[in-house]
Design a protein around this ligand. Sequence first.
Ligand code: CA
Length: 230
Amino acid sequence: MNATTILIIEDEAPIREMVGYALKRAGFEAVEAADADEALVQVTESNPDLILLDWMLPGQSGMDLAKRLRRDDRTRDIPIIMLTARVEEDDKILGLEAGADDYVTKPFSPRELVARIKALLRRSRPHADEAPVQVGDLTLNPADHRVSIDDRPIAIGPTEFRLLHYLMTHPDRVYSRGQLLDRVWGRNSFVEERTIDVHILRLRKALTAHGYSRYIQTVRGAGYRFSCRA
Ligand code: CA
């Protein structure tokens, strides 16, 4: 089972190292970045489950980086906790508006930070307590947010994960794009129906190498279906 990976984006090395140490002690995988450029590389390479983002970074600010991560389909679902030395109410609101899910004010104790991380992971993974779902050799585990085939993990984005989870737990039924939007993205999302096709395509691509793409079926004029009998 892969550990939950946390990306720490912080230019002050002592804080970054202190946080990294605390996270590893708490059982997380920790990866570090000192600025926005390094962060974007790490986001792609490490596929983090959660991001700790310092507000005051050299170059691109934490707030701008948060906005950027929220605009990108591949990173929009990664929970973000802002680390901020600012305590003014306006700044907290700005941070949340930029796309952060929570914020921790410096100085913070490692214990408090770990507690906030765990709370946010629970909130952002509503199915985390559920049992793994298995079809053939394909296993989806809500607890660690991983999909594996024959015990080998496959790379899959957070949205594709939620989509696959929904389809695997509701097999052999056809869902329209609108229904999938409601149930996987939520009623208040601003996502267009066409977006579903993009995520279905990505999901199929991730499963293709292992011969599982045929499980995701297009039903012309109606929508999509996960078929265990494929
Ligand atoms: Ca800083």
